[in-house]
Design a protein around this ligand. Sequence first.
Ligand code: ADP
Ligand code: NI
Length: 214
Amino acid sequence: MNREIINQALEYVKKIFENDYSGHDYFHTFRVFRMATHIAEKENANLEIVQLAALLHDVDDIKMSPNTHAEKANARSFLMENNIDEITICEICQIIDEISYAGKESVIPKNLEGKCVQDADRLDAIGAIGIARAFAYGGNHNRLMHHPDIKPNMDMGKEEYNNHISTTINHFYEKLFRLTELMNTCTAKDIAKARETYMKDYIAEFMDEWEGIK
Ligand code: ADP
Ligand code: NI
């Protein structure tokens, strides 16, 4: 496998995410890259495709880069500049298109490589880091941590999921606690189960403190 292009991609994303504090920083991409590699090795997926899709999965994110989102223009031009063939470029762009969470309109990636990257991205939204990312996102978007009268909406499609405004605690119910059963690979599901237990303990503690029980 061509290690040089992976290094180039690492440098490229470091530059793109230089000033991002919304939860899509370089370190998120790096963790997804590392976890996707781990899952791909266990599941015997094509490593080069998985690693490139993981590294480029957020460079055309709809929130950060709405103008390049549809065509995956950033990912595409990086891959073209690095002489990746058109078939592989399309495969990587399709994976990037399939992985994002969209409420009940989320899709299951068609091939094993997409499944590995989607699992890795979702694993970074749960566990200790997932909790931190959720509250960082809430702060960045001026959201309340919790409001007892605002209930989670468990039945949103893509449009509504992307546009609704709620509390960070509701995000745990609307997305984070649902991710374990959506994991595609057994490798990811095992990791997700442990992280979910940790998050549930955390939310139970949060609620006890909120109610003044502790
Ligand atoms: P990704 O596809 O990389 O997980 P997202 O944009 O869906 O990216 O989310 C980035 C991070 O912000 C994730 O950890 C996610 O759980 C968190 N996040 C997204 N939406 C919300 C929200 N409404 N409230 C709290 N955290 C959120
Ligand atoms: Ni991501």
